[in-house]
Ligand binder design. Structure first.
Ligand code: SF4
Ligand code: SF4
Ligand code: FES
Length: 237
C-alpha cells in the first residue's frame, strides 16, 4: 500500500536572490501517526531542499522559536499534528513581521518591547536572609502568566499591533508586564502602571481576542490586559 502523502505550500523568500516571494509546493510522506508539522519541515530540509529556512530548537513546545502561520492561524510547528490539517497545508511566516528569509522573521522589535516592561523582579526592601516568601494564594496569581514562552503567536495575530506595533506593546509584552504587576514580591507596581498608562502602549488593545485564540500555551493575554486596566482604574478611585 502506498504511503500516505502530506501536501504543503510554503512561503519562500530569499532577499539575496532579488526574486519576489512565492509559495512553493512540497510533498512529504506521512512518517508516523501523530507526525508533527515540524517533522514535515525537517523532512523537506534534510531530504528535499536544504535551503528551506525556519527556526526551531526544543521540538516540545517549550522554546517558542517555531511560531508560524499555519493555514491562516498562528501556532507552533512542533506541537501541531499534520493529520487533520486542511491540505495543502499553507505555511507562512508570522504576520506583520519583517521576513528575513522563508519562515524566519526579525524578532528584534518584539524582544525590545518585552525588555521595555523590565521583566525582572524589582524589590527595594532589604534582602531577606532566605527567600522572599509568598502565600499559596499569592503564588497562584502567577498561574497563567509565567508560562509564556515568548513565541509571538499572540502579538503577531493582533490587528492593533499590526497597525500600531511601533507604539502598542502587544499582548505578549503586556501579559509579561502583568506577570510582574501581580507578583506580591515586586515593589515597582506603581511605577510599572505609570509606564503603561498611555493611549498607545496599553490602550490600543480593543479586546478583539485574537491573541487568546492564537496562544499555543492556552494563556489569556486579553485577561492580563484587562487586569492592568483595572489596576490603573482602582488606584484612581
Ligand atoms: S485582545 Fe487586545 S491584544 Fe489581544 S488581539 Fe485583541 S487588540 Fe490585540
Ligand atoms: S502569551 Fe502565548 S502566544 Fe503570546 S507569546 Fe506567550 S506563549 Fe506565545
Ligand atoms: S521548537 Fe521549541 S517550541 Fe517548537
Amino acid at each position: 500500500m502506498a504511503a500516505e502523502t502530506i501536501r504543503l505550500s510554503i512561503f519562500r523568500y530569499d532577499p539575496e536572490s532579488g526574486e519576489q516571494p512565492r509559495m512553493q509546493a512540497f510533498e512529504v510522506p506521512l512518517l508516523r501517526r501523530g507526525m508533527k508539522l515540524l517533522d514535515a519541515l525537517h523532512h523537506i530540509k534534510w531530504e528535499i531542499d536544504g535551503t528551506l529556512s525556519f527556526r526551531r530548537s526544543c521540538g516540545e513546545g517549550v522554546c517558542g522559536s517555531d511560531g508560524m502561520n499555519i493555514n491562516g492561524v498562528n501556532g507552533l510547528a512542533c506541537i501541531t499534528p499534520v493529520q487533520g490539517l486542511r491540505q495543502p497545508i499553507h505555511i507562512r511566516p508570522l504576520p506583520g513581521m519583517h521576513v528575513l528569509r522563508d519562515l524566519v522573521v526579525d524578532m528584534d522589535h518584539f524582544f525590545a518591547q518585552y525588555r521595555s516592561i523590565e521583566p525582572w523582579l524589582q524589590n527595594d526592601e532589604p534582602v531577606p536572609e532566605h527567600e522572599r516568601l509568598q502565600t499559596p494564594e499569592e503564588r497562584a496569581r502567577l498561574d497563567g502568566q509565567y508560562e509564556c514562552i515568548l513565541c509571538a503567536c499572540c502579538t503577531t495575530s493582533c490587528p492593533s499591533w499590526w497597525w500600531n506595533g511601533d507604539r502598542f506593546l502587544g499582548p505578549a509584552a503586556l501579559l509579561q508586564a502583568n506577570r510582574w504587576i501581580v507578583d506580591s514580591r515586586d515593589t515597582s507596581k506603581g511605577r510599572r502602571l505609570d509606564r503603561l498608562e498611555d493611549a498607545y502602549r496599553l490602550y490600543r488593545c480593543h479586546q478583539i481576542m485574537n491573541c487568546m485564540e492564537a496562544c499555543p500555551k492556552e494563556l489569556n493575554p486579553t485577561a492580563a490586559i484587562d487586569n492592568i486596566k483595572r489596576e490603573i482604574l482602582n488606584r484612581k478611585s
